[in-house]
Ligand binder design. Structure first.
Ligand code: SF4
Length: 317
């Protein structure tokens, strides 16, 4: 059965201007990125630090304005939507942040957050039932959380509570930016499994942003690999991670497919300014590390369909 497209990212570009008035530099964090997320789908954006994946998430969540491009949610461009529309979209598209300990004030009992959110959304006398339902979906109960401070929970439990709070708004899409990186290695798979469970039980879609290919392989339906602000390969997770076609994805293949959260990218990549980038490479951004580089790789590289996935590489042109 064909699933409907829930969210479309079209030609998204974000250029940051950094520095003082006298020495400004422009950084291209995201460059012409396009992808879509379907209903009940876990879509992963994977890449090293500085690859632009978090910038994409922030734009989708409305925390950043793009330089150009569109975010189409259920047929409406979020960026150009009116205030009221934006408000209702924000309820349906919820964020799960990296560090659950930063989501909650250490001096405030966590159940207060859930009560406040439920009441703000219109639950009154039945607020406890509404909260209990959301907590049950993440494997917890009201009794597990009531009258406790954040420090009384593990990172994994607190991340579950944070997800339960997001579920109170009946979202269709969770944007989860590195949601397991601050969670104990032994508990990471339980959070990732929770996404799969929510997809199955309530039809939730998840944009999973990670540098951890092992959990991405385990949980995703489709994946896009980002390198220096661009998607270099995108397709079904099986195809992309077990039979990669882009030389960069090939380079990463050795760290997968076992679901071992310890295996991940650890090196940060150097972020080039726009001027350096334009000077060094108008063509493929991977050229300096690519064993297959050719003269034509110095020119703009097209997206090519190869064996059911999209690859940005001259090897296939
Ligand atoms: Fe390598 Fe050329 Fe493909 Fe870039 S475009 S990954 S340099 S073969």
């Amino acid at each position: 059965m064909n699933k409907e497209i829930l969210l479309r990212v079209e030609n998204l570009t974000k250029i940051f201007t950094l520095g003082s008035m006298f020495s400004r530099v422009k950084i291209s964090a995201v460059n012409n990125v396009s992808f879509n997320i379907k209903e009940s789908e876990i879509f992963t954006l994977a890449g090293e630090s500085g690859s632009g994946k978090t910038t994409v998430a922030k734009i989708i969540l409305g925390f950043l304005e793009p330089t150009s491009g569109k975010i189409i949610y259920k047929g409406k461009n979020i960026i150009e939507s009116q205030k009221e529309d934006k408000k209702s979209i924000r309820k349906e598209v919820q964020a799960v942040f990296q560090n659950p300990f930063e989501t909650f004030n250490p001096l405030r009992m966590v159940h207060n957050y859930l009560v406040e959110t439920a009441k703000n959304l219109g639950a009154n006398s039945n607020y406890q039932e509404v909260i209990e339902n959301a907590l049950n979906l993440v494997g917890l109960t009201w009794n597990d959380v009531v009258n406790k401070y954040p420090s009384e929970f593990s990172g994994g439990q607190l991340q579950r509570i944070s997800i339960a709070r997001s579920l109170l708004t009946n979202p269709t899409l969770l944007v989860a930016d590195e949601p397991v990186s601050m969670v104990d290695a032994s508990l990471r798979m339980s959070i990732v499994n929770l996404f799969a469970k929510l997809k199955k039980e309530i039809g939730l879609s998840v944009l999973y942003i990670t540098h951890d290919l092992a959990t991405a392989y385990y949980v995703s339906d489709r994946i896009a690999i980002m390198f220096r602000g661009e998607i270099v390969e995108m397709g079904s997770v099986d195809k992309v991670l077990t039979d990669p076609k882009h030389p960069y994805t090939m380079l990463l293949k050795e760290s997968i497919p076992e679901p071992d959260p310890k295996k991940k990218w650890t090196k940060d990549i150097k972020i080039l300014t726009l001027e350096e980038e334009e000077y060094q490479m108008k063509g493929c951004k991977f050229i300096s590390r690519c064993p297959y580089r050719m003269d034509k790789c110095k020119n703009p590289v097209p997206d090519v369909e190869v064996d059911g996935r999209i690859v940005k590489c001259c090897l296939y042109t």
